[in-house]
Design a protein around this ligand. Structure first.
Ligand SMILES: C[S@@+](CC[C@H](N)C(=O)[O-])C[C@H]1O[C@@H](n2cnc3c(N)ncnc32)[C@H](O)[C@@H]1O
Ligand SMILES: [Zn+2]
Length: 297
């Protein structure tokens, strides 16, 4: 059997507080402006994959059901601590390469600051497309290798790899930057049409942040996100993608949300004795409000 793709492990990391420190208020605000403009504000069921501690989950409260999923159990616990009092939320520990959801389960799926850790993008996108309903939306953030800073560094010979080369660059183990043309081709190959693109957080400079303040700088960013998108020179690109409407069927209403990630048998809608068990006897813990599909019991 083929080796499963390598996965980065954030278990026990302090990403949610150390990376998202006050100096990154501008980036957080700029991302929120893009997301508010791009994501349909309401719907039935939304999932964020690689949601970490649920930094962005306040943007999802227009949805009837919200799944926050991550590979690292410790970040899922953080998300539950933040959002567990809202009955619309579900917390899932799972690997995006083997999603534990029935086909066409979601009408919105987001992946923000995650695909830059993904070694097998076509495989990840195939799973995502299967989990979405027809007409479902997929909001993807990806790291752009052809950004202004990278082009300048390359011109000054401070960076060895070319920002113009189409293939992904793994600049640190399991950290990739992507060429926008390459990423668009992957999205199309997975069956998505790209509805709109925004270029986000173009002004990642301490000086500018201090001079203008995060709020004002993010507002300027927000105004430029669409007009500058065609230049694709921002470090972060947001793409709103959609599956075409044809005959994929009308979603998974009435069925369970979960399926066994090992054998793909549907799982019961409700846990019994803190577990979900498939027809083949694979058992998955649901203890402490976390659906754990990382390790079979
Ligand atoms: C940089 S953090 C971003 C967290 C959050 N989206 C945010 O923007 O604050 C990347 C997250 O992706 C998750 N991740 C990476 N590979 C994954 C995989 N194969 N399946 C599920 N989650 C994954 C990590 O565990 C981590 O929490
Ligand atoms: Zn099974």
């Amino acid at each position: 059997m083929a080796q499963p793709p390598r996965v980065i492990d954030y278990e026990g990391s302090r990403y949610s507080t150390e990376f998202w420190n006050p100096a990154r208020e501008y980036e957080d605000r700029a991302e929120r402006i893009a997301m508010r403009a791009m994501l349909p504000p309401s719907g039935q069921r939304l999932i964020e994959i690689g949601a970490g501690a649920g930094r962005l989950a306040d943007l999802y409260t227009g949805y009837g059901e919200v799944v926050l999923m991550d590979y690292a159990r410790s970040t899922v616990i953080e998300a539950r601590e933040r959002w567990g009092s809202d009955p619309r939320f579900k917390f899932v520990a799972a690997d995006l390469y083997s999603l534990p959801f029935v086909d066409r389960a979601f009408d919105a799926l987001l992946m923000i600051r995650v695909i830059h850790h993904i070694v097998d993008v076509p495989r990840a996108l195939a799973g995502i497309a299967a989990a979405l309903r027809s007409n479902g939306v997929f909001l993807l953030e990806f790291a752009n290798k052809r950004n202004l800073k990278s082009m300048a560094r390359y011109a000054l010979r401070r960076q060895r790899w070319s920002p113009y080369d189409r293939s992904p660059i793994e600049f640190v183990e399991l950290n990739f930057d992507f060429h926008p043309t390459w990423m668009k081709a992957q999205l199309r190959a997975a069956g998505f049409t790209i509805q709109n693109i925004r270029a986000v957080s173009m002004f990642r400079l301490g000086l500018l942040k201090r001079w203008l303040g995060a709020k004002r700088l993010a507002a300027i960013d927000g105004m430029l996100q669409r007009p500058l998108a065609p230049l694709a020179i921002a470090p972060s690109m947001f793409a709103l993608c959609q599956l075409p409407s044809p005959s994929q069927g009308e979603g998974a209403e009435g069925e369970s949300l979960f399926r066994c990630p090992l054998c793909h048998q549907p799982l019961p809608a409700q846990p019994a004795n803190d577990e979900l068990r498939c027809a083949n006897g694979h058992r998955w813990s649901t203890r402490d409000g976390i659906y754990d599909f990382r390790t079979v019991m």
